[in-house]
Design a binder for this molecule. Sequence first.
Ligand code: ZN
Length: 207
Amino acid sequence: MRATTISWILEQLSPSRCIACDEAVRRDTAFCGLCVATVERSTHPHSPFLYGGAIARALTRLKYEVRRDLGPVLGQLLVLGLGEALDEPFDLVAPVPLHRDKLSERGYNQCVWLSRTVAEASNAEHSALLLRRTRNTEAQAQLGLREREFNVNGAFAVRARGGVEGRSVMIVDDVRTTGATLRACEAALYDGGATRVRMLSLCMTPR
Ligand SMILES: [Zn+2]
């Protein structure tokens, strides 16, 4: 796959309404004209968009307004944004897990749509329950850089140790901020015997 420009990427998606504001759109775009102007690509090869604007709104709707219908579209957006970064084969794809308390409160893990779409696009096995959160970490948003690292350090574990032994794994998050969460997942996977780990996210906060 050779995804290049942002307009090419967005034109591959086809909900009938803008995923950020529900304005009716042509069948071949994810965002309306006003929203699309707020979508920015990042330079990071594994986090293709900058967090903000219409992408942030669409993610908020998926996470807090129970708009599950937006999950597959955001998954496609991630796949198209990653482009050739998905050419390298991996065995497994897994989402960053939610703690069970948050999962029962929200009812679903928004990252599962992203990881499932990545798995399908890269012909890898999807494993929604590969990792688990061992403790309910505080919301990262209120914490500084060092606190974030400390907060999530050791907060993840591989659910079944044999599950990742000798295998390569891509883990998928929605928003990369400091990268502390993804690094903590990466450490848990290497502890479990993974041979190679790649960390992906739909978007990253601007530095
Ligand atoms: Zn819109």
